[in-house]
Ligand binder design. Structure first.
Ligand code: ADP
Ligand code: MG
Length: 260
């Protein structure tokens, strides 16, 4: 029975203990090429992803780090179903949601936050009261006042908008949250707040998080495991502590030296 004082939990994720340890993401020999053209002539092929293998277990937090152009966003876009791989396979088991760098500024301006979130929930076919309870719960998790549901994006600060974008992704209780540098457009203190929220949400909802960043210290904060990418290849994939204390690849050592 529905109890107004105690909203239903955000979804089945935290109840699904039988599948614990199962892979929610399985990427195998994934390649993505882009042809580069000059006018109508195809001049060369750019290998954005080269034979990438990656497994993410249910509930696991994995960071993907690498400099600009290393293929991080392309990997996430393939996992989000936004682009087709050239070869290889990428499987996501369960619900996936993606948060982009500029997510806060791409919210539909004329829709209230409540309507934005309700629209996300539509495929779940919750009744109105269950949807409202879910929305109230997710706003609470985001440390946004309940009245935010009535606000339009333009009435919110940049940090609040990014929280709304995060709320929009997690309100459906995804099995996998794909984050593409969601804090790099925010100033340091706002960024820290959003990073902590993602960590808390993961603990609360039991979802797996694949967190892309060019910053190794952020990667360390956000991942139990760190995947280092360079030139479209995975050059290192180990426990975060191991990557930081004993980097195997010269490139990772160079990244470490760049961390203040
Ligand atoms: P990162 O997110 O690590 O900065 P990207 O995945 O965005 O790297 O890009 C990897 C490479 O693929 C880069 O050289 C980039 O220019 C190229 N690339 C990405 N998307 C496209 C596209 N739609 N068309 C052509 N080249 C692209
Ligand atoms: Mg990118």
């Amino acid at each position: 029975a529905y109890a107004a004082s105690r909203p239903a939990p955000l979804g089945p994720t935290r109840l699904r203990t039988d599948a614990q340890g199962d892979a929610v993401v399985e990427v195998s020999r994934l390649c993505k090429d882009f042809s580069q053209r000059q006018g109508w002539r195809r001049t060369s092929v750019l290998h954005a992803l080269r034979d990438v293998d990656l497994v993410v277990a249910r509930g696991e937090a994995v960071s993907v780090v690498g400099e600009s152009g290393s293929g991080k966003s392309t990997l996430l876009r393939v996992l989000a179903g936004l682009t087709e791989p050239t070869s290889g396979t990428a499987v996501v088991r369960g619900r996936r949601q993606m948060v982009f760098q500029d997510a806060g500024s791409s919210l539909t301006p004329w829709m209230s936050v409540g309507d934005l979130l309700r629209e996300q929930l539509r495929p779940l076919r919750l009744d109105r009261r269950a949807a409202d309870a879910r929305i109230a719960e997710v706003l609470g998790l985001m440390q946004l006042p309940a009245a935010t549901a009535q606000a339009r994006p333009g009435e919110l600060s940049g940090g609040q908008r990014q929280r709304v974008a995060l709320a929009r992704a997690v309100v459906v209780a995804p099995d996998v949250l794909l984050c593409d540098e969601p804090t790099s457009a925010l100033d340091a203190s706002l960024a820290a707040g959003v990073l902590n929220l993602v960590r808390e949400l993961r603990a609360e909802l039991g979802m797996a998080v694949l967190f892309v960043t060019h910053d190794l210290s952020v990667a360390r904060l956000m991942g139990d495991r760190i995947v280092v990418m360079r030139g479209g290849k995975v050059v290192e994939d180990r426990a975060a502590e191991a990557v930081v204390s004993d980097p195997q690849h010269a490139y990772t050592r160079a990244l470490l030296q760049a961390v203040p």
